[in-house]
Design a protein around this ligand. Structure first.
Ligand SMILES: *Cc1c(COP(=O)(O)O)cnc(C)c1O
Length: 396
């Protein structure tokens, strides 16, 4: 059959492809040290699972309103008041099938062919693909390691044209771990207001911020900024609920209305049972967050210490999320384990997987050739053994 041009040009998600390659090797009986995963390795806390079981028993197994149950919208609005002192009406909330779906809703609602969307790079693999799906044009603006991979207000201002429809900010960032300093966010917010450019602020890693960094929601810099901000977040990362597929947007009323019509035609409601679980995640005890964060903090410190000790690797310390993103280009053209030589990150990752059975994701698809991403959302045992093997691979 003829496949549409727009879908023909879609690439499969690079992180999912890298994980598939590691799985293939694992299936042959090899122990693989897996660092490709973009999800917490913890199970969903028990009290949240219990709420899902209760929802099933209570018969909450039917369609819900397309944009979510009122209890969950209320819980989302209350959580932003509690955690960030932000005032949102439940009517400004759309519950979707994960934050990725929320991003697609925002882009479809705001963008049309000819529009430009500013994306700082390195960026999450799906951003540019989803922009292209709407027929709009991703405008990639490279950030540097020296800046901690943060877009500067000047860079933002310079990228704006008459066709700019949106800027996509990811704070803290996947893949770089960049946690934007408050002054930089303030500067970006000022540009957004001056030029009246809406900002999609993907804040899915809001709860995973390490000592020395601070999280501030983009909507918290004044009413004029909030009026231009669409917050995207969800329960996947903060509550280890990736499989439940619950994300949301907090947006001005007109955008919310558009997304709500879109979602009602496209998918109807997100899973009813997952919505009840998400209510418990937001309203129930919050100690699971610091507990998981403590584990991530310990792993992060260990990973950074090990990476610093390896000559020729360079990186900016991640202030949030659970990734180390480092430059391996000084090893290109040099002999590695097994007599291998490589000249790009994709080949680097293939050789590392084949020789040392360590799986990382190449930076190329994040818009950062020369870099690789290591997810430390895995056990300390695997991290220790995997880093030993990475070290041996680099110093044969
Ligand atoms: C994981 C992730 C998401 C999406 O999460 P969902 O599981 O779809 O809620 C969105 N943005 C970034 C940057 C992510 O890493």
């Amino acid at each position: 059959m003829r496949i549409s041009e727009i879908v023909k040009n879609l690439k499969p998600s690079a992180t999912i492809a890298a994980a598939a390659k590691a799985k293939e090797l694992k299936a042959t009986g090899v122990t693989v040290y897996e660092f490709t995963l973009g999800e917490p390795d913890f199970n969903t806390p028990d009290h949240i699972c219990a709420a899902a079981k209760e929802a099933m028993d209570a018969g909450h197994t039917h369609y819900t309103p397309a944009t979510g149950i009122p209890e969950l919208k209320k819980a989302v609005a209350a959580a932003y008041k509690r955690d960030y002192n932000l005032d949102y009406e439940p009517a400004q909330v759309v519950i979707s099938n994960g934050a990725k779906h929320s991003i697609h809703n925002v882009l479809t609602t705001l963008c049309q062919p000819g529009d430009e969307v500013i994306i700082p790079t390195p960026y999450w693999v799906s951003y540019s693909a989803l922009v292209e799906l709407c027929g709009a044009k991703p405008v990639l603006v490279p950030t540097t390691q020296e800046s901690g991979f943060c877009l500067s207000p000047e860079q933002f201002a310079n990228a704006i044209t008459d066709n700019t429809r949106l800027m996509m900010l990811n704070n803290p960032c996947n893949p770089t771990g960049a946690a934007y300093p408050v002054e930089t966010l303030e500067g970006l917010a000022k540009v957004a207001v001056e030029k009246q450019v809406p900002v999609l602020s993907d804040e899915i890693y809001e709860k995973l911020v390490y000592p020395g960094s601070e999280f501030r929601s983009f909507a918290s810099f004044g009413q004029d900024v909030k009026d231009l901000t669409i917050i995207v977040s969800g329960v996947s990362k903060a509550y280890a609920m990736t499989g439940w597929r619950i994300g949301w947007t907090l947006a001005p009323a007109d955008v919310t209305k558009g997304m709500s019509n879109l979602q009602s035609q496209q998918t109807s409601n997100p899973c009813s049972i997952s919505q009840y679980a998400a209510v418990e995640a937001l309203n129930g005890p919050q100690d699971c967050i610091p507990e998981m964060l403590a584990k991530f903090t310990e792993r992060r410190e260990y990973v950074l210490k090990r990476l610093r000790a390896i000559e020729g690797l360079s990186f900016a310390d991640p202030g949030g999320a659970f990734y180390a993103f480092f430059d391996v280009s000084s090893y290109f053209g040099k002999p590695l384990q097994g007599g291998r030589t490589v000249d790009n990150s994709l080949d680097f990752c293939s050789a590392l997987l084949e020789e040392a059975h360590v799986a990382l994701v190449a930076g190329d698809d994040f818009g950062a050739p020369g870099y690789v991403r290591l997810s430390f959302a895995t056990s300390m045992d695997i991290i220790e053994a995997g880093l030993d093997r990475l070290e041996a691979f680099l110093k044969p």
